[in-house]
Ligand binder design. Structure first.
Ligand code: TTJ
Length: 639
């Protein structure tokens, strides 16, 4: 099925696709799980663009049994006419020429996704696929073309029948050999989460997801008539609200459309998610600035009216955002980005537009709902008070530091080496395990910090409360970097910080609380790969001198199968807690760098992590359990 005549442009095309196959990371970030799923977003983005242009409202995404993906929309269909530059059909051009995605701007007045990793084009997906099949329904004709081997073979676009529909259907099968070992399937949970978010951001859009690898319960439909308002309601469903309703505003100025929704809850962590053209802007930008300009101004204006002279003060951005849940979604025809990960939205005109849109609504809300407004002001006042208290506490520790008073926590058994490149800090649940760990460790490089009291939930406490918690302050001093603006990685005292908890529900709870704390206050350490989880064994199985440690249920099943009938002659010990192991066993199984297995904690996608952490660390028990079970998604094996 190879192409017949290789003219200059087709050779260029093949060279382009070959370049993608040679260095896929340049186009999709990494050849990991995230990169694989980028292929899906890349194709779906095209359908979303058609939705944003107002010509489609229905997208179906199907995971097929053979790990291929089908994306279908009811738009106008990719153009099929001959593209003047390449001499081949526009459909083929889209799938073979790098960055051909935006070439039809004249006909398509909608918003184009651009910047970041999105928008690299369907040709990249073709280059990284075993095969791609495309059907375009347009002009009462069904057009079809297929590619194989990374675009090497092209069947040519042909009319294969008639139709009364319009739309595009694309099915692609990734070339898994180009991805890391073990990356061989799609994660339906990830696909659901991401596309649900997309549905919230495009009100009315219907996204149907089907997983044909499952026999039943394999279909999900997302469609939200309330858009970002529904999004905020969903995020807050387990929270106590201060404002009964979601406050929202929307508008369009010079082709820039803005949707904002917000609600105050009684919690402390602000949860503010911002997007430009459906892509999350983790680094914030002008839209977030505009949002806070509005919040700070309106609240200070209102407070000036209702507070007595004595109570008056200027509230800051930190004060007004406490407990707020907000979505700020901007659709911009020509977005620009800056910042470390090119993720900070920088179009200046947007700041004023967002400010205006939410200011009007929020001001009216406060005037019309004096009792809710009063509760907001009360909360903002408390936030300001605790901010000032925390500042004083920090000031105090800083002064101690300067005068050399700052001492390491008494319960820390420090390593003798001061070289952070080799040292490790074990944060251990409970005094008895802490004791065994202290005895069993390699004193030169391993330090032990046992946790006695309850670890406070950093998702549910103001910063001044955190500073008052012994377990938290011990960790901060032991780690040495300081937190917040004072954070300095140069001062890190241990290269590895290892959470070691029991392999039971309580243990996972403590681990979750610790991870939440690290996520909120030591994010840099997670990004830097310094945070680990120890993996203690679940069982020991032995007969005479023959011993096996078993770390997972799968390993247990495998071992039982291997030993078969013989098994009854073995002794089995189940470890419920670290405390049941003596110091030697703990060293041998969990701490010895030569034998142990550590999980390194990684954040797959920071928006998603934010959503998971903030939704699941509330007071509600059930969702938290879900996180405990699923938190392997945040952790990856240390190799
Ligand atoms: C472009 O302007 C003319 C009319 O059609 C517009 C268009 O390209 N629409 C369009 C493209 N709808 N859907 C797509 C599309 C869908 C998938 C699944 C994949 C790709 C590459 C494009």
């Amino acid at each position: 099925m190879g192409k017949q005549n290789y003219d200059e442009s087709s050779i260029q095309v093949l060279e382009g696709l070959e370049a993608v196959r040679k260095r896929p990371g340049m186009y999709i970030g990494n050849v990991d799980k995230k990169g694989l799923h980028h292929l899906v977003w890349e194709i779906v983005d095209n359908s979303i663009d058609e939705v944003l242009a107002g010509h489609a409202n229905h997208i179906e995404v199907t995971v097929n049994k053979d790990e291929s993906i089908t994306v279908k929309d009811d738009g106008r269909g990719i153009p099929t006419s001959i593209h003047p530059k390449t001499g081949i059909s526009a459909t083929e051009t889209v799938f073979t020429v790098l960055h051909a995605g935006g070439k039809f701007g004249g006909e398509n007045s909608g918003y184009k996704v651009s910047g970041g990793l999105h928008g690299v084009g369907a040709s990249v997906v073709n280059a990284l696929s075993d095969w791609v099949k495309i059907s375009v329904f347009k002009n009462n004709e069904e057009h079809f073309v297929e590619f194989s081997d990374g675009g090497e073979n092209n069947s040519g676009l042909k009319v294969i029948g008639g139709t009364d529909k319009t739309g595009t259907v694309v099915t692609f099968k990734p070339d898994f050999a180009l991805f890391n070992e073990g990356i061989d399937s799609f994660d339906i949970e990830l696909i659901k989460e991401k596309l649900k978010e997309t549905a919230y951001l495009n009100k009315g859009l219907k996204i149907i997801i089907t997983d044909n690898r499952l026999d039943k319960d394999n279909k999900w439909t997302y469609q939200f008539e309330g858009g970002v308002v529904d999004f905020v309601n969903d995020l807050n469903k387990e929270y106590d609200k201060i404002t009964a309703d979601v406050i929202s505003g929307e508008g369009e100025v010079d082709n820039i459309s803005v949707e904002v929704a917000m609600q105050y809850t009684t919690s402390y962590q602000p949860r503010i998610f911002s997007y430009v053209n459906n892509i999350s802007t983790n680094e914030g930008g002008t839209h977030i600035q505009g949002f806070f300009d509005a919040l700070v101004r309106i609240i200070n204006n209102y407070a000036e009216k209702v507070l007595s002279i004595k109570e008056q003060q200027t509230f800051s951005r930190e004060d007004v955002r406490e407990g707020i849940t907000a979505i700020i979604s901007v659709k911009h025809p020509a977005p620009m980005y800056e910042g470390q990960t090119k993720n900070k939205f920088s179009n200046v005109e947007t700041r004023k537009i967002v400010n205006k849109i939410i200011s009007d609504k929020f001001e009216n809300f406060l005037l019309e709902n004096p009792s809710q407004a009063g509760q907001i002001i009360a909360k903002v006042k408390l936030a300001a008070k605790s901010r000032i208290a925390a500042l004083k506490a920090k000031e105090l520790t800083r002064r101690k530091d300067v005068l050399g008073f700052s001492t390491l926590p008494g319960k820390l058994a420090d390593a003798t080496s001061k070289n952070a490149e080799i040292t490790e800090l074990f944060i251990v649940e409970g005094d008895s395990a802490g004791g065994s760990a202290k005895m069993g460790r390699d004193r030169e490089i391993q330090a032990i910090l046992p946790l006695r009291g309850k670890v406070i939930n950093s998702e549910r406490a103001r910063i001044d409360k955190l500073f008052a918690n012994n377990e938290i302050t011990s960790m901060i001093t032991a780690i040495g970097t300081g937190i917040g603006e004072e954070f300095n990685i140069e001062k890190l005292r241990y290269g590895k910080i290892i959470i070691m908890t029991d392999a039971d529900v309580d243990g996972s709870h403590i681990r979750t609380l610790l991870l939440t704390f690290f996520y909120r206050y030591f994010r840099e350490l997670i990004d830097n790969g310094n945070i680990f989880i120890a993996q203690p064994p679940l069982f020991k199985v032995w007969k005479g001198k023959e011993e096996h440690y078993v770390y997972t249920d799968t390993q247990k099943d495998e071992l039982f199968e291997k030993l078969g009938d013989e098994f009854s002659s073995y002794s089995v010990q189940r470890y419920k807690g670290l405390g049941e192991m003596n110091e030697e066993q703990l060293w041998e199984t969990t701490m010895d760098p030569a034998n142990r297995k550590l999980l390194v904690v990684e954040i797959e996608d920071s928006t998603r992590a934010d959503l998971v952490f903030s939704n699941l660390m509330g007071d509600v028990v059930e969702p938290r359990r879900e996180f405990i079970v699923k938190n392997s998604r945040f952790a990856k094996l240390d190799i």
